[in-house]
Design a protein around this ligand. Structure first.
Ligand code: G6Q
Length: 550
């Protein structure tokens, strides 16, 4: 078992690479990017790497060649190469759920072979993709008709978490490529407002719901799906035969889909080896495929695959996801950073940070190793962000002059998909200026030389030495989006491999779900229920019950 190899490894903090990095970090704490650049005229050209259409400039990080060598040593000592091979081979590296982790199979070209439990999964992947393509084509060209004979104008994906965030992000990111004669909307929150506000102006006879749920048991999704069913039948006169024309399902559970009343001809499957947050390129991407069409969806898969191959075959010192993952470990464990800001300079990527929050934090927000020991080092950082330039006018202040070290990932494109006037040059000027200002800052001497009043000088000093990555591509395409998502998927994998944690389970979301199941009937009970929570929860339940909801 791939990640099982951890048992044969020394604990992370006892390894030679870790100890050397600890010593090295003491000398690096005071190293300033100004000096690192001054000492090496070619740094900005040398500390770069390319792959799958992406260019990464990591020169504005607080690292030297020695840091990178030691990080690669750390990767080797963690058997990163062996772990990558184990994932691509289909080993059950999600050991707490005894599952393979094969999102890479979702974008494997026809003819490749990946065997899980004795079965090649690649043909199954392509069979579902072909069925999705046929369905998407019919919805797009209007040959799929609703109950009253009208064509579909509105597609609503109902799902949550991994069954929502990827499709939402892709819907925004690829809007330029999407058909403009349909609307694409998303309902995730169990808050009825989400359902009501999303549907209020829509005609049910032109609306297709896609119920996306791997398990088909998730309370939020099932509650919204029932409301969708009622909303549709209320508008269309109550004939249940309308369900088959207005509902499709994406799930791993055909029996539950059928029990809900959805024709399994309109069901698109995936498998337990696809984690929710790694599923936007599975059938969970059906709304994306309807929006951009099957060909462009396949282009997106090709971008994912190109980055997969880059990650699988490139030496770590030139490997984009490995470099980004190792830099994250460097900042979190050796330079005391707690969060990473992701700052796309592209309006289409406005939901990319939200998508990444789940991908990164649900994956690496873990405090025990694969063999169940509590870690004695920091693991997954907080990821957050907003598109530039908006963020510049709000939270960048803290990144520039605050007391926290916040490494930034800037994402930008050479060309705009909407080239009007000077907009794009101004956008690019801003992203370059921010990275420059963060790294090099402005010294007291420079501030004084500008004639600044003495008492204002400290306020106007920029210390600099704030690290960032710059990720560039030519322009945003489905293929580039695939490569970008895979870049972060594999960066997360790299981090998880070093930390020796399971990046593919999410037990941390369970407890709240169980408690909510217990509290809901207590809120709804007609008679005063006996409450056995803590005094705070008991009092809050009584207070909300007094509002007459039972
Ligand atoms: C993702 C998580 C989680 C999951 C949702 C929805 O990795 O497992 O976010 O995607 O809880 O689950 P269902 O698809 O089963 O409804």
């Amino acid at each position: 078992m791939g990640q099982g190899t951890s048992q044969t490894l020394a604990p992370l903090t006892a390894r030679a690479g870790w100890k050397k990095l600890q010593q090295h970090s003491a000398s690096m704490r005071d190293a300033h990017l100004r000096d690192l650049f001054a000492a090496d005229a070619k740094r900005g050209e040398r500390m770069t790497a390319s792959g799958a259409g992406l260019y990464l400039d990591y020169s504005k990080n607080r690292v030297t060649d020695e840091t990178l060598q030691l990080l690669v040593q750390l990767a080797n000592e963690a058997n990163l190469r062996g772990r990558i091979d184990a994932m691509f081979r289909g080993d059950k590296i999600n050991s707490t759920e005894n599952r393979a982790v094969l999102h890479v199979a979702l974008r494997a070209p026809r003819g490749e072979k990946i065997v899980v439990d004795g079965e090649d999964v690649v043909p199954k992947v392509h069979e579902v993709l072909d069925r999705m393509a046929a369905f998407a084509q019919r919805v797009r060209d209007g040959s799929w008709r609703g109950q009253t004979g009208k064509r579909i104008r509105n597609v609503i994906n109902i799902g949550i978490g991994g069954s929502d965030l990827g499709p939402v992000m892709a819907s925004e990111a690829l809007r330029h490529y999407a058909t403009r004669d349909m609307t694409f909307r998303f309902i995730s929150n169990v808050d009825g407002t989400d359902f009501v506000e999303t549907t209020r102006d829509l005609d049910a006879s032109e609306t297709l719901f896609i119920i996306s749920s791997k398990t088909f048991t998730t309370v939020e999704t099932m509650t919204n799906a029932q409301s969708a069913r009622k909303w549709l039948l209320d508008q269309l006169g109550g004939d249940e035969s309308a369900i088959a024309k207005h509902f499709a399902a994406v799930s791993t559970d055909a029996a539950k889909v059928s029990a809900f009343g959805i024709d399994t001809k309109n069901m698109f499957g995936f498998w337990d080896w696809v984690g929710g947050r790694y599923s936007m390129d599975s059938a969970i991407g059906l709304s994306t495929m309807i929006a951009i069409g099957p060909e462009q969806f396949r282009e997106m898969l090709a971008g994912f695959h190109e980055m997969d191959e880059h990650f699988r075959t490139t030496e770590f010192s030139k490997n984009l996801p490995a470099i980004m993952g190792l830099l994250t470990v460097w900042y979190v464990d050796f330079l005391n950073a707690h969060s990473i800001a992701v700052l796309p300079y592209d309006q289409y990527l406005k939901r990319f940070p939200a998508f990444l929050q789940q991908l990164t934090m649900e994956s690496n927000g873990k405090h025990v190793t694969l063999d169940g020991r509590t870690v004695d080092y920091m693991t997954g950082p907080v990821y957050w962000g907003e598109p530039g330039t908006n963020g510049q006018h709000s939270f960048y202040q803290l990144i520039h002059q605050g007391t926290h070290l916040i490494p930034c990932d800037f994402i930008a494109f050479a060309k705009s998909l909407n080239p009007i006037a000077r907009h794009h040059n101004l956008l690019l000027a801003n992203v370059l200026a921010q990275a420059e200002a963060l790294a090099f800052g402005k010294t007291a001497a420079q501030v004084e030389a500008e004639g600044t009043a003495k008492e204002l000088v400290p306020h106007r000093v920029f210390e600099g030495n704030r690290p960032s990555n710059m990720i560039l591509a030519d322009h945003l395409t489905p293929k580039i989006l695939g490569a970008l998502v895979a870049l972060y998927e594999h960066s997360v994998f790299t981090q998880g491999a070093i930390w020796n944690i399971n990046s593919f389970d999410q037990w941390g979301v369970e407890l709240g779900k169980v408690l909510a199941q217990r509290i809901a009937p207590e809120l709804e009970s007609p008679s005063e229920p006996p409450l056995k929570h803590d005094s705070s929860t008991n009092a809050l339940i009584r207070r909300l019950r007094a509002d007459g909801r039972h």
